[in-house]
Design a protein around this ligand. Structure first.
Ligand SMILES: CC(=O)N[C@H]1[C@@H](OP(=O)(O)OP(=O)(O)OC[C@H]2O[C@@H](n3ccc(=O)[nH]c3=O)[C@H](O)[C@@H]2O)O[C@H](CO)[C@@H](O)[C@@H]1O[C@H](C)C(=O)N[C@@H](C)C(=O)N[C@H](CCC(=O)O)C(=O)O
Ligand SMILES: Nc1ncnc2c1ncn2[C@@H]1O[C@H](COP(=O)(O)OP(=O)(O)OP(=O)(O)O)[C@@H](O)[C@H]1O
Length: 530
C-alpha cells in the first residue's frame, strides 16, 4: 500500500460524464454522478472517490470494488472484465470502462484534480543513480531563489510543513495527482520530482508534461522488471518525448546518456561532467575537491561560465549538482541570479542518507551505495580527502542479486583500509552465509599496492557501526554504506528498527563522553545473527 493520502482542503466535484470523454473510455450508468478524488486501494476509499480497479500482477482490483463502494466510492474506473465483476458484485454505481485502465488513470486523476501539474513549474529527474540527490539539490536552489517548492521522491514527499515518508520513489497517479493538487492549493509554484522507470512503464506520471526533465546515468538495475538493459533504457527515454516533457537536460558521461541525447524527441541540452566533451553543450571544469564537497565551473561551449559549489562529498555529486544547475538554467533562471542566491556554500542540501556527513573527526559518512559500482564511487571519492584510514561498514541484501556479493567485497578490499562486513537486509536468507560470500570476494583481491586491508566480520550491524566509529582515529573516514535513510532492517520476515545514523550518532556521543576507544575484533562466525 502506498504512503499517504494528501488531498487539497477543498475538492472539485467532477461529473463522470466528463471523465468518459477521455479516449478509450465509455460510461455505463448515471452520467450525472460526481467524484472528487481517485483511489487505487479499496482500504483507502472515502466518500466521493472514484475507485480505480486495475488488473494487477497478483489480483484484479475489481474484486475489491464492493468494499470501496461500501466505504463511499461513488463510481468505478476499470476494464471490461472489471466492469463485469463490479456488476456481478451488485454494485449500483456508474462504471467508466477503459480499454487500458493504467493508461487512462493518470489523465483521469489529473482531470479530477484540475490538472495541478500545469499550474506549477515542474522538474522531473530520471536515471539509475542520483535522482534523489538531484531533486534535493534542485529543491534547495529553488528555495534559495525564493520559490515555494514541492518535492516528491524516494525519501519523502513534502511541501510547506507537510512531510510524508515515501514507500515508492514515484507514487501511483491517484495519490500523486492528489498531492500535486494539495501543493497547488498551498500556493506551491515549483515541483521537483523523481521519475522512476517503473513509474513511466506503469503510467504513474501520465497526466504530467514536465517543463524540464533530467537524466543522470544508466547502469544495470531493475532487470527483474524490465528484462533487458535495452528495455530499461527505452522506458527512461520515453520521458524525453513531447507527451511527457517540454525540454531535457542529459548527462552524457555514459554511452546511454549520449544515445539519449541523440534519440530524444524534445530539445535537449547536454552536460559532460567527467571529461571535456567537445560535443557537449556544457562541460564541468576546474573541479576542486574539499572535505565537505567540491567547487566546480560549468563552461558552455559559447564561453559562458557558471562557477559554484556542491556541499556533498563525491565526484558523482558534482555531476548531480551540474545537472540540477543546467536544469534550472534551462527553465529560464538567470545564471548570475542563481549563483548569487546559492551564495558561497553553493548547492548546500543535506540529503538524508546520501553522502550524509555526520561528523568531521573522525569523518563518519552514511551513504545509500548498495551495489559494487556505487560503493566504488563512494570509496574512491572519500579516499581523496581522507588523511588517515578509510573504513567501510557494509553488507549485501538477501534474496536478490546474489552475484553482486563478491563484487562488493572486492571493491571494498581494493579501496578501503578496514573492511567491516556486516548485514544489510538479509530478508528471508540466513545472514551468515551472505557475509561469507562478501568476505570471499574481499579475500580474493590480490595485487593491491601497499599493505592489504584488514577484513573483519561483525554482526549485528549496530555493533559493527559502534565498533567502527569507536575505533576510528580523528583523521579516519568511516563510510556506513548501503542503507542510507532506511529505518528498518528486514531479518527473516521481521522488520527490526535500525537506522545507521542513529547508531553512528550514539557511538560518536560515546566517544565524546570520553569512553575509551576500542579496536574492532574479528567476529566469531555463527554467533552473528541479527
Ligand atoms: C512492480 C510494481 O511496481 N507493482 C505495483 C503494482 O502491483 P501489482 O500489479 O502486483 O498489484 P496487485 O497487488 O496485483 O493489485 C492490483 C490492484 O488491486 C489493488 N488492491 C490490492 C489489494 C487490496 O487489498 N486492495 C486493493 O485495492 C491494488 O491497489 C492494485 O491497484 O501496483 C501496486 C498498487 O499500486 C503497487 O503497490 C506495486 O508496487 C510494488 C509495491 C513495488 O514494490 N514497486 C516497486 C518495484 C517500484 O515501483 N519501484 C520504483 C522505484 C525503483 C527504483 O528506482 O529503485 C518506484 O517508483 O518506487
Ligand atoms: N550521479 C551519480 N552517479 C553514480 N552514483 C551516484 C550518483 N548519485 C548518487 N550516487 C550513488 O547512488 C546512491 C543513491 O543515490 P540517490 O538516492 O541520489 O539515487 P536514486 O537514483 O534516487 O536511487 P534510489 O531511487 O535507489 O534512491 C548514493 O548513495 C550514491 O552512492
Amino acid at each position: 500500500m502506498s504512503s499517504s493520502r494528501i488531498l487539497p482542503p477543498a475538492r472539485r466535484q467532477v461529473q463522470v460524464a466528463d471523465l468518459a470523454a477521455h479516449p478509450g473510455v465509455r460510461l455505463e450508468g448515471d452520467p450525472t454522478v460526481t467524484v472528487s478524488s481517485v483511489v487505487l486501494d479499496n482500504r483507502r476509499a472515502e466518500a466521493g472517490d472514484l475507485f480505480a480497479a486495475v488488473p494487477g500482477a497478483r489480483v484484479h482490483g475489481a474484486s475489491f470494488a464492493a468494499d470501496a463502494v461500501s466505504r463511499g466510492a461513488t463510481a468505478v474506473l476499470t476494464d471490461a472484465a472489471g466492469a463485469r465483476a463490479v456488476r456481478d458484485a451488485g454494485c449500483d454505481v456508474p462504471v467508466l470502462v477503459a480499454e487500458d485502465v493504467r493508461a487512462t488513470l493518470g489523465a483521469v486523476a489529473a482531470a479530477v484534480h484540475g490538472e495541478p501539474a500545469a499550474a506549477m513549474r515542474t522538474f522531473g529527474v530520471t536515471g539509475t543513480n542520483g535522482k534523489t540527490t538531484t531533486t534535493f539539490l534542485l529543491d534547495h536552489a529553488l528555495r534559495a531563489l525564493g520559490r515555494r517548492t514541492g518535492l516528491v521522491g524516494t525519501v519523502e514527499s513534502r511541501f510547506g510543513d507537510t512531510v510524508v515518508p515515501s514507500t515508492l520513489t514515484t507514487p501511483e497517479a491517484p495519490e500523486l495527482q492528489g498531492w500535486l493538487a494539495a501543493m497547488v492549493a498551498d500556493d506551491v509554484d515549483t515541483l521537483s520530482m523523481e521519475v522512476s522507470s517503473h513509474s513511466i512503464a506503469m503510467h504513474r506520471v501520465d497526466g504530467i508534461v514536465f517543463d524540464v526533465v533530467g537524466f543522470t546515468n544508466l547502469s544495470q538495475d531493475h532487470l527483474d522488471f524490465h528484462g533487458t538493459l535495452e528495455d530499461y533504457f527505452a522506458v527512461k527515454a520515453e520521458l524525453f518525448g513531447p507527451e511527457r516533457a517540454r525540454r531535457g537536460v542529459v548527462v552524457v558521461d555514459d554511452e546511454w546518456g549520449a544515445r539519449l541525447a541523440r534519440e530524444a524527441r524534445v530539445p535537449v541540452t547536454t552536460v559532460a561532467t567527467t571529461t571535456v566533451d567537445a560535443d557537449a553543450d556544457w562541460t564541468v571544469q576546474d573541479v576542486e575537491t574539499e572535505p565537505g564537497g567540491s567547487r566546480f565551473t560549468l563552461v558552455h561551449r559559447d564561453g559562458r561560465r557558471v562557477a559554484t559549489r556542491v556541499a556533498l562529498p563525491g565526484g558523482f555529486n558534482v555531476a548531480n549538482a551540474a545537472l540540477a544547475c543546467v536544469m534550472l538554467l534551462e527553465s529560464g533562471v538567470d545564471a548570475d541570479t542563481l549563483v548569487a542566491a546559492l551564495g558561497p556554500e553553493g548547492f548546500d542540501a543535506r540529503v538524508p542518507g546520501r553522502m550524509e556527513v555526520l561528523s568531521d573527526a573522525p569523518r563518519v559518512v552514511v551513504d545509500f551505495a548498495h551495489n559494487a559500482d556505487a560503493l566504488e564511487l563512494a570509496l574512491s571519492s572519500l579516499r581523496m580527502t581522507t588523511p588517515g584510514r578509510l573504513v567501510v561498514v557494509f553488507g549485501a541484501t538477501g534474496d536478490r542479486d546474489r552475484g553482486k556479493r563478491p563484487h562488493m567485497g572486492a571493491v571494498a578490499a581494493r579501496f578501503a583500509d578496514v573492511v567491516v562486513v556486516t548485514d544489510d537486509d538479509p530478508h528471508s536468507e540466513p545472514p551468515g552465509p551472505i557475509r561469507a560470500e562478501v568476505i570471499a570476494g574481499a579475500r580474493a583481491v590480490t595485487g593491491r599496492e601497499g599493505p592489504g586491508p584488514e577484513i573483519l566480520e561483525i554482526a549485528p550491524r549496530a555493533e559493527a557501526i559502534r565498533q567502527a566509529v569507536l575505533s576510528a582515529a580523528a583523521t579516519d573516514t568511516v563510510l556506513l554504506a548501503g542503507r542510507g535513510h532506511e529505518t528498518v532492517q528486514e531479518v527473516d520476515g521481521v522488520d527490526l528498527p535500525l537506522d545507521d545514523r542513529v547508531e553512528a550518532r550514539a557511538a560518536l556521543a560515546a566517544r565524546s563522553t570520553g569512553r575509551e576507544r576500542t579496536a574492532p575484533t574479528p567476529h566469531d562466525e555463527g554467533d552473528t545473527h541479527a
